[in-house]
Unconditional design. Structure first.
Lengths: 119, 216
């Protein structure tokens, strides 16, 4: 359900910049979304088609650039990608080098709008 | 034509959260954003806090639920000012819902504001409200695998309560497995095993809270 709130914020942001640029129409919205942001792209697209009706952004294409999740191991400093599908009991955030658990999330929580393309 | 933006999509929420926070700081109100799955014991914990802090701190409460005023009514019976927000289906509170609710509370007469978020382990993590601390309540019947399944929530909270520890002898809850998951995601979290029912651990948590509250 929070995709609706995210989509609404996204639309507001795109419209604000499009108006400032004097645009007639938004054709593309380029988004950068981290794997750990918890956002489901089909859901965002679904809500977008609904909330963008009768706005400059109606019919705009959403372009998702997915940012893989990366962790920096707290024990040895090695940076590794999260294997989101890995099976328990080996937790997927175990460092592949030293096996220590956990670390700092250095990428994967992104949720931002990079740019829009307008006419 | 391309228009560069590079702006967080939830920046509008973030901005309102910062405004809320400024207001809380100005009025000397310490704010907890309390998050948990439905039934973990959010309202019970709030009742425990109210009971333990009666006469020590002036408490106010904002309750977010999809529907009904059951929780706010429950808290109002304790004599604490309680405001209900019905999100009308939304799965989380956002900063603006809190802002709109604030005029219904007297912040000048509040030291500690308890905001009970909607019961959900996913959506509330993305929406700051202007709180000082994010508090999560897990509970033993939910199972020890929850840190592994909901890393988003477990990794961002400042305080983690494990409620219903009085049930541990009856459950297959592997406390060590749970602690290891938490440790991996969030080694700095303040962890309190408690039982709102028997009162076990509540005093330690409340003393810690008062200290944090005084430190601002």
């Amino acid at each position: 359900m929070h995709e609706l709130a995210i989509t609404q914020s996204m639309l507001n942001l795109a419209l604000e910049y499009a108006k400032r640029a004097g645009a007639q129409r938004i054709t593309h919205i380029n988004l950068v979304i981290g794997e750990m942001s918890g956002v489901v792209d089909e859901s965002v697209q679904f809500y977008f088609d609904f909330v963008s009706k009768d706005t400059l952004a109606e019919g705009a294409q959403l372009v998702f650039e997915w940012q893989p999740a990366r962790i920096r191991c707290r024990a040895c400093g090695h940076e590794f990608a999260l294997e989101v599908g890995a099976r328990l009991p080996r937790p997927y955030w175990a460092c592949p080098v030293c096996q220590a658990l956990g670390g700092e999330v250095v990428a994967g929580r992104e949720l931002y709008m990079d740019s829009i393309e307008v006419e | 034509m391309k228009v560069q933006i590079v702006k967080d999509i939830l920046s509008a929420n973030e901005q309102i959260a910062q405004e809320n926070r400024r207001l809380f700081d100005e009025k000397g109100v310490f704010v907890l954003n309390i998050m948990a799955a439905p039934g973990a014991g959010k309202t019970s914990l709030i009742e425990c806090i109210i009971e333990s802090l009666r006469g020590r701190l002036r408490i106010g409460m904002i309750d977010g639920d999809v529907a009904s005023t059951i929780d706010a009514d429950r808290i109002a019976r304790t004599g604490i000012p309680a405001v209900q927000i019905n999100t009308g289906g939304a799965c989380h509170l956002d900063a603006n819902m809190v802002r709109v609710a604030l005029p219904r509370l007297s912040l000048d007469e509040t030291d500690l504001l308890l905001v009970e978020n909607v019961g959900n382990l996913i959506c509330p993590t993305g929406f700051a409200l202007g709180e000082n601390l994010k508090v999560m309540i897990a509970s033993t019947p939910e199972g020890a695998d929850k840190p592994y399944k909901y890393p988003g929530m477990f990794s961002v909270v400042d305080v983690l309560m494990l409620n219903k520890v009085d049930l541990l002898p009856l459950l297959d809850f592997d406390l060590d497995y749970f602690r290891r998951g938490v440790e991996a995601l969030n080694p700095d979290v303040a962890f309190f095993p408690i039982s709102c029912k028997t009162g076990e651990g509540v005093q330690e948590w409340v003393d810690w809270l008062v200290e944090r509250c005084r430190a601002g």
